[in-house]
Design a protein around this ligand. Structure first.
Ligand code: HEC
Ligand code: HEC
Ligand code: HEC
Ligand code: HEC
Ligand code: HEC
Length: 460
């Protein structure tokens, strides 16, 4: 056998030295970055990808290369010998050099394992961050990211609604994540990203971590301001008292809108289109042994229908809890006027803003130019309209556009219907509650799912 000093010479080969360099650089950069991150400096998603996924990858690759180099060198050295068999190194701990080398080897292995653990943990945490989910494939996720940041859930991480707790959904999501990386890399994904999400985890396991269906909400007042297309942008105010209801703590009775999700009621439905907008069949089991089937006009029974069968849960109404887009340019402009984004003293600002926002622009830059040119041209000769008001109108309209319309992803007004409510009729209208509540889904006994306005809200 070769003496100890030649054994160390096995380490002096190009592959091992390269591996050691990779591992050392990877480890130092990774640890330095981790310290910065712990000190509160948060990187953008691209830098995050470099540090949390690529550097640890280099580190591990180096760790693999080092012994590989030694093994190859060992084989090469031994190639001349006749009776060579792969053999384990003999370590003699009485030899000072070998003892030291073994100690160094063990210590660095423990340190390496720790680094790999920390890196794996940080990598998983990073992949669960909204920045990774929402910003890395910037163009693809841009609509959902924009809606998310503006929503009541902007501090809820994506994975809490999309994956939820537990190992099996984690694995499922990583598998579908791989498919998505493929789709984005090879540009095979659809534009827009389809909704509803297939195989979304049931709301029971996600939303209900924070909201419980028995919570009693009672009534909620909603004030909706709309504006006319006249010179004065005349305002109308509708006040709705929404009967959200829930489960009454005193007698456990379920009432109002959240009656659908009280534990005793189970509503199933069949949707015959892939956006779940056409619902010809509804089945209600009230938990007391009464089952009622409601069928749309002309439908004989459930068996004759082709489509997805689903148990109704939160996301059948709240399908936009986090990615909310205004369903029409009219609605978006009304909201912006109500919020003070436009100077409502500008004559015809409602009509003109809607007009420039409804044009089908090829991309965002063209839209911004079109909005600017359209509004400045209209108010060019208007006396009594300060330039500052026009500039603000342009900026607001551009913001409204960027928040709701995404030409690169084919997302425009009404692309994603919102099932909470029912829209005014129009090109981008949606039925929402009226998918079932249309007075024409009938049970065999002649009962209908009611469209009575005061069932859901009183208008004040
Ligand atoms: C409050 C819960 C919630 C959070 C937080 C959330 N989502 Fe969603 N997301 C939903 C629901 C609900 C749907 C629509 C489900 C359906 O109808 O099947 C959806 C749909 C989507 C879709 C499909 C297209 C669409 O608009 O319907 C994408 C893509 C998406 N989310 C990405 C994200 C990303 C990225 C984040 C984080 C930046 C995120 N989501 C955060 C609840 C959430
Ligand atoms: C991690 C906790 C968490 C999860 C998970 C969560 N929410 Fe929420 N949700 C909140 C909080 C907190 C608020 C209140 C936000 C506020 O008032 O600013 C809220 C508000 C809401 C509101 C009222 C919005 C409004 O405009 O006032 C709805 C509706 C809602 N959530 C539905 C859902 C649905 C549907 C899901 C599942 C897809 C879900 N939430 C998942 C924490 C959560
Ligand atoms: C049948 C449709 C429907 C279902 C199913 C439904 N909701 Fe709602 N929910 C509504 C409507 C409508 C409102 C009132 C919206 C508004 O006008 O602000 C509402 C309001 C809310 C609010 C805000 C309450 C407040 O006081 O501001 C929360 C939170 C909420 N829902 C969570 C949930 C959760 C969680 C589930 C599932 C367990 C669920 N909802 C199921 C229709 C529904
Ligand atoms: C099955 C329940 C239900 C029925 C029946 C119903 N509505 Fe509504 N309505 C809603 C919900 C939910 C909203 C959305 C509130 C919100 O935006 O948060 C809404 C919103 C509205 C709005 C405001 C629309 C907007 O611009 O945002 C008006 C106006 C309205 N309803 C009128 C009516 C009238 C009139 C009837 C009777 C023909 C009626 N609704 C029947 C549930 C219902
Ligand atoms: C999948 C079908 C379906 C959808 C969608 C739906 N509902 Fe219902 N809803 C029902 C059925 C079925 C009943 C029970 C009808 C009956 O027994 O008279 C009901 C009953 C109700 C009730 C009366 C509850 C009680 O106190 O007895 C309210 C309020 C209501 N729905 C509001 C809404 C609102 C608001 C929406 C939209 C956000 C909505 N529903 C969407 C199927 C639906």
């Amino acid at each position: 056998m070769s003496p100890a000093h030649t054994r160390f010479s096995l380490f002096k080969n190009a592959i091992t030295i390269f591996g050691a360099a990779l591992t050392t650089t990877g480890a130092i950069l990774f640890l330095a970055f981790l310290l910065l991150e712990l000190a509160g400096m948060h990187a953008n998603p691209y830098v995050g990808m470099l540090f949390f996924l690529i550097l640890p990858g280099l580190f591990v690759a180096g760790l693999v290369l080092m012994p590989l180099g030694v093994w190859l060198a060992h084989r090469r050295d031994a190639a001349g010998l006749t009776a060579w068999r792969p053999s384990w190194p003999k370590i003699d701990l009485n030899d000072v050099t070998q003892r030291r080398a073994t100690a160094i080897f063990l210590a660095s292995t423990i340190a390496n394992l720790l680094i790999v653990l920390v890196a794996a943990f940080a990598g998983i945490e990073y992949m669960d961050s909204p920045q990774f989910c929402g910003q890395l494939c910037h163009e693809v996720m841009e609509p959902q990211w924009a809606g998310y940041q503006d929503s009541p859930h902007s501090r809820v991480v994506c994975v809490q609604c999309h994956i939820g707790p537990g190992a099996s959904w984690f694995v499922k999501s990583k598998m579908s994540g791989l498919r998505q990386v493929y789709a984005v890399t090879f540009n095979t994904h659809s534009r827009p990203i389809p909704s509803p999400v297939t195989d979304l985890r049931p709301a029971r396991d996600t939303c209900e971590q924070c909201h419980w269906p028995e919570k009693f909400h009672g009534d909620k007042i909603r004030t909706i301001r709309t504006y006319a297309d006249d010179e004065a942008n005349t305002e109308s105010v509708t006040t709705l008292r929404m009967h959200i209801g829930g489960v009454n703590r005193l007698d456990k009775s379920a009432t109002g809108i959240h009656w659908h999700v009280s534990r005793q009621n189970r509503i199933e439905y069949i949707a015959t289109d892939d956006k779940r907008q056409v619902i010809p069949y509804v089945r209600l089991d009230d938990g007391k042994g009464n089952v009622t089937e409601f069928l749309a006009d002309g439908v004989a029974d459930a068996a004759s229908l082709k489509g997805e069968r689903r148990v109704l849960d939160c996301v059948d109404c709240h399908n936009r809890p986090s990615h909310t887009f205004a369903y029409s340019a009219e609605r978006a402009v009304d909201e912006a006027i109500a919020a003070g984004g436009f100077d409502s003293a500008m004559p015809f600002i409602r009509r003109e803003a809607v007009k420039v926002l409804k044009v089908a622009y090829p991309d965002r830059a063209a839209a911004f130019r079109g909005i600017q040119n359209g509004l400045t041209a209209f108010y060019k000769d208007a006396a009594n309209v300060p330039k500052a008001s026009v500039d603000r109108a342009v900026a607001t309209a551009q913001h409204v556009f960027a928040r709701n319309v995404f030409p690169a992803m084919n997302v425009t007004w009404g692309t994603y219907p919102n099932n909470v409510g029912h829209s005014d009729p129009g090109p981008s209208s949606y039925a929402g509650c009226f998918r079932c509540h249309d007075d024409s889904h009938k049970s065999r006994a002649g009962k209908v799912i009611s469209q009575d306005c005061s069932l859901c809200h009183t208008i004040e």
